[in-house]
Design a protein around this ligand. Structure first.
Ligand code: HEM
Length: 407
């Protein structure tokens, strides 16, 4: 199928029969109506090959089946991450031109990523488990004596903020800055916003340059930089920004999401309480079933054909990994939340050269947060009748709040 409008069945599955099928299919990941309950959209997307839709007067491709998404994400030559500056593609580049690894292609991407890689190495991060646990312990100390907490505000966001404060080795009095950089909901930065962070972070970079041998994220990047990679000051600033923005709200959403899946399933809660070693499987299944990142963006560099659909050059493409993670061709009973799935090759961290560089710290923080909550608050429950509300962004979604009763 090539550039043809989607069938009426797709409209009906997405919008119900009341929708006039002569309208264009309106899948738009940043639309709150889609983001608050994307699953019906995913089902209709998965029922067909990739489709072309109109959004803000230009054509977009939508790729959603698992194998099609993998093909796109592994082929950075034909599906670029560079903002094409077309109407509606602002979400491609939250940093408005500051070079960051997420929004560049190899070879620049390879150079930038190599500078950040040593600070995110799996072994290095897992060696920090005792420090991460101590940070989480101090956060949970503030829960004692309370009968109910909002786990989003008082744990899920706070843990990655303090972990980043620690990784960047900045004084606690400046944690508000980290908090503001990573604030959930921040997707497109203004000039004022960028320039105030630029002042603080470049000052940090200068001070770290003056003191060699540091093991913090910036010192490690500077060491890699000076060894051979040669990235400039603006790129170093972009690197700190992309790690902090990429790492806080996503990690927060995965922690609150995992807690939510757990507390709304009494048998699962019991199982995890009895065997906390299963918590990493809870984290993985949450990333598949309803992860923080649901849609990635690419742009075609040439005419392509994917899953039988032709997409012209210079067309932005939604890669709906949230749908791919529910593809019945790959995941048996995809709408079942099942922590025993094996394998569980979800696309929650992406695929290909841009695969999430922060997967190790994210997984570790998720594991620690859930295990420590279970250890300290065994009578955990969710208030009856509470319904989740989501903060929706173009690339994904996360819980706005998560009330937990502790007794
Ligand atoms: C559960 C939490 C997280 C999720 C679900 C997540 C998800 C993702 C996904 C899907 C991508 C691929 C983007 C693309 O292909 O366009 C990605 C890339 C990235 N993530 Fe994460 N992420 C998480 C945590 C983190 C953390 C903790 C950090 C920082 C320490 C981080 C930093 C980055 C960066 C810098 C990239 C770009 C990598 C590249 O372009 O090579 N993320 N992430």
């Amino acid at each position: 199928m090539s550039n043809t409008p989607p069938s009426p069945t797709i409209y009906q599955a997405a919008y119900g029969t009341a929708v006039n099928p002569s309208l264009k299919f309106k899948y738009d990941s940043s639309d709150p109506a889609v983001g608050s309950d994307p699953i019906p959209y995913y089902r209709s997307l998965l029922a067909s090959p990739p489709i072309m839709v109109e959004r803000r007067a230009i054509q977009w491709g939508i790729v959603s089946r698992y194998h099609d998404c993998v093909e796109v994400l592994r082929d950075h030559k034909r599906y670029s991450s560079v903002n094409p500056n077309l109407p509606g593609t602002e979400d491609f580049d939250a940093f408005r031109g500051v070079p960051v690894m997420t929004f560049v292609d190899p070879p620049i991407h390879t150079r930038l990523r190599r500078v950040a890689a040593p600070s995110m190495a799996v072994r290095r991060i897992y060696d920090m488990e005792p420090q991460f646990r101590a940070i989480c312990g101090r956060i949970l100390d503030s829960w004692s004596g309370q009968s109910q907490v909002d786990a989003v505000r008082s744990l899920a966001v706070e843990l990655p903020v303090r972990v980043f404060g620690h990784l960047l080795d900045i004084p606690e009095r400046d944690y508000d800055l980290v908090r503001s950089i990573g604030a959930p909901g921040q997707t497109l930065y203004t000039d004022d916003y960028l320039s105030s962070r630029h002042t603080y972070i470049t000052d940090l970079i200068r001070r770290r340059r003056a003191r060699s041998g540091g093991q913090d994220l910036i010192s490690l990047a500077i060491a890699a930089h000076e060894a051979d990679e040669k990235i400039n000051e603006l790129e170093l600033f972009g690197m700190v920004m992309v790690l902090v923005t990429g790492g806080i709200s996503t990690t927060a959403d995965s922690i609150s999401g995992a807690l939510y899946q757990m507390v709304t399933r009494p048998e699962l809660l019991e199982q995890l309480r009895a065997n906390p070693a299963l918590v990493p499987d809870l984290i993985e299944e949450t990333l598949r079933y309803d992860g923080p990142v649901q849609t990635l963006f690419r742009v075609t560099t040439e005419d392509v054909e994917i899953g039988g659909t032709s997409i012209p050059a210079r067309t932005p493409v939604y890669v709906v990994t949230g749908a791919a993670n529910r593809d019945p061709a790959v995941f048996q009973d995809p709408d079942e939340f099942d922590i025993t799935r094996d394998p569980n090759d979800h696309l929650g961290f992406g695929e290909g050269v841009h695969f999430c560089i922060g997967a190790a710290p994210a997984r570790l923080q998720g594991k620690i947060a859930v295990q420590m909550v279970l250890e300290r608050f065994p009578h955990l429950s969710i208030p009856e009748g509470w319904r989740p509300q989501y903060a929706v962004q173009a690339f994904g979604r996360g819980l706005k709040s998560l009330p937990l009763s502790l007794r």
